[in-house]
Design a protein. Sequence first.
Lengths: 262, 267
Amino acid sequence: MKSPQDLIRFVLPVAVFAAGLALWEAIVRAYGIQPYVLPSPLLVLKTLVADWPVLSQSLGVTLLTTLEGFVAAAVGGVVLALLFNQSKWLEYSLFPYAVVLQVTPVIAIAPLLLIYLQQQTAVIVCAWIVAFFPVLSNTTLGLSSVDRNLAGLFQLYGASKLQTLLLLKLPAALPYILGGLRIAGGLSLIGAVVAEIAAGSAGAGSGLAFRIAESGYRLNIPRMFAALLLLSLAGIVIYGVLALVSHLLLRRWHESALGKDN
Amino acid sequence: MAEPALSGPDAGSAVRLRGVSKTYDGGVTALGPLDLDVRRGEFVSLLGPSGCGKSTALRLIAGLATPSTGTVELSHHGAARRGSHPIGFVFQEPTLMPWATVRDNVRLPLKLARLPAADADARIEAALDQVGLAEFAAAYPRELSGGMKMRVSLARALITDPDILLMDEPFAALDEITRFRLNNDLLSLWRDLHKTVIFVTHSVFESVYLSERVIVMTARPGRIGAEFRITSPELRGEEFRTSVEYAAFCREVSNALAPSYAGQAGA
């Protein structure tokens, strides 16, 4: 918050948010709308506090699934891209299937996965399917955008394949990989939610998405909103953390992490 | 006029090209056939219009590309020291790794040769000192000016103590004052280190100022159009740049270069 410009950029969205909430609260009160149709923001907040034991447990389940799916997507995407980069044959053979996996809506695949896999595994696989492609395609792009002359220099000095990979290709691809991971973070949350809704399981192992579906059946709309709020917050935090990691890793050298003055 | 200061007794051949040509996959012949001999310790410029294959010639000499016909021979004192390499290459762009500090950029050739860091450090400091960048060892490339980046690139090329220094229009993107300074620094490095330098440029003035021999190349496919031996007083400096001899050489070389541009649009 250094300049007035920065202050405005921070204050404006907050003001819009506050005004929106106030309007919402006012309309609910003025027209006496029932909570099972539209709960007021205050009621949502109260429900969040009152149902915290249930909701926090579900939040934990969903976050864990998201994290597992994300890690699988990150590792899988980067490793697959590295393999493709080393072998054109492998890339030509497998890349089309990666695309097929990406363009088929995961919500259509999820019920099928639930038949063949254990529920918990199926949910993680769903998160992985949605999230790995941006990592794969970004890493592939990064690995192949190495400066031609730098590559020539490595060749001149007789660098081994491993040296070229570790000292040249991976650092050059890092900004692209991090960009892919930032997208994958949000997508793995979406994948986890989609799979949870498809699975529709109850009990201790049920995540936030299940709570939303369940609350819908029971017309417990305030809890629906509370769960939705938590999901949204989780998405924001995931994005923020990944953006921070990316900034910390790139701030010394990459254009994207430098201020306008530099 | 006196002979250049550094023809030296050790005047064996450093680079020998015989019938070298390069034809790309598309069927375009970029270069040759070309015969070229460069003496050990000689400073030779390849001068020609863009697209005449002079950069290709450098890449062939460096082994970064293979000739379609002909042979490339290098003779050098074998790699006596660990971390030494017979060839140093300086590109038109500084070609530095943006994620690494100046020190680590200069370290690269030694690292690729798996030289222990302790042995490398002293050599890196010396190389940075040589190009006047000792204080900037910990800086990142983006923090340096264009001229300083080029000096880092030069230090990296010199760190392996190469016999042959190949330079591909290294100063073309710099402003004139910086280019003049780097020209002078390069000349004094060449005098001190006794390297063989093959310098590709499209600037008549730069080639005459720097070289003992200027080779004018024809338009594509590049061949040798003319050769000039540039003789000068003992040490070249700014006064040479304004001398009558310098102007005369430049005129001669320009005239020889003119046919290479004939028929080119906008020439």
